[in-house]
Design a protein around this ligand. Structure first.
Ligand SMILES: [Fe+2]
Ligand SMILES: [Fe+2]
Length: 294
């Protein structure tokens, strides 16, 4: 059953929070070591360097990103009056923080595996992102950082939907145990996709800020992922004009991986949007459940 919470001190509007009754945000503890696979098969996604390194580059932005999400959610929840924080939201927030902390550690280990096979500059990119995260915590208000987090959570939930529908090849062609890690992360992103959005609304966050945040996040992802992707391909001696064209065609262009996601991302710009307008958990578990650790 849907619950109602007071949305904003300014509008005094009541907003429906569409939390599914059967929602369980489960904190799983997978133990996945990617090093043997990386050493054996550098291009673990169908032998394709562009797609493999795109996923490597994307996931490399996650550890610091996930710590940014946790900081912003904690900072906003600390200032929220108790009557705005429903027990369900508090419980979901705790589970969200635990899930993201584990994702951060798993993605740190992924970056270590990349260093292990020769991509030694990866920690430098991570250190730059850490500096940015610490700077933003000092200089950007908690609600704006939470708006960025809610937008980024919409992006990660959209990636799960992409893996389920339009680009299931990215998951199905990935060698194990990368496939297990991607499936585990994607399912948990589906489970906790509304937590920061609900917290943002409970704290009085509005439409304009969250919409601008999505556009900023898209730009931010492009800069961080493209920088790493270029480095990874360059290290392999593959940063040729032909490869640059493939990166545009297969990743950022309208028929590329990100291009297939733009339609999903724009849903967030609808004024009445809520992450639980759709629920992918059952379909995802039915298809990839055997990959996901308990
Ligand atoms: Fe995550
Ligand atoms: Fe997340």
């Amino acid at each position: 059953m849907a619950t109602w919470i007071r949305k904003s001190a300014h509008t005094r509007e009541l907003e429906m929070v569409k939390r599914p009754e059967n929602l369980q945000i489960v904190v799983r503890q997978p133990d996945i070591d990617l090093r043997p696979l990386m050493r054996r098969q550098r291009y673990w996604l169908g032998g394709d360097p562009v797609l493999t390194h795109f996923i490597n580059a994307l996931q490399a932005t996650f550890p610091e990103g996930e710590r940014f999400f946790i900081d912003s959610a904690r900072d906003v929840s600390a200032t929220l009056p108790p009557e705005r924080m429903t027990p369900a939201l508090q419980q979901d927030l705790n589970a969200f923080i635990q899930q993201e902390a584990r994702h951060g550690r798993a993605h740190d280990a992924w970056c270590d595996a990349l260093v292990d096979i020769g991509y030694t500059r990866m920690p430098e990119y991570d250190a730059q992102m850490k500096k940015l995260r610490l700077w933003s915590r000092k200089h950007i208000g908690a609600l704006t950082r939470l708006a960025l987090t809610a937008a980024a959570e919409h992006m990660t939930a959209s990636i799960a939907l992409l893996l389920l529908e339009r680009r299931s090849d990215l998951l199905e062609n990935a060698e194990r145990p990368v496939r297990d890690l991607l499936a585990w992360h994607a399912l948990e992103e589906c489970e906790h996709k509304a937590v920061c959005f609900d917290l943002y609304q409970a704290a009085g966050g509005g439409y304009l800020r969250r919409s601008i945040a999505l556009l900023f996040e898209l730009f931010d992802i492009y800069v961080h992922v493209q920088t790493r992707l270029r480095y990874l391909l360059k290290t392999d001696g593959l940063w040729t004009w032909k490869m640059r064209w493939r990166v545009f065609r297969d990743i950022w262009g309208p028929r590329g991986v990100m291009g297939s996601m733009y339609g999903l991302l724009w849903r967030y710009l609808r004024p009445g949007f809520h992450p639980w307008d759709s629920d992918e958990r059952a379909a995802f578990t039915a298809r990839y459940g055997d990959l996901i650790p308990r």
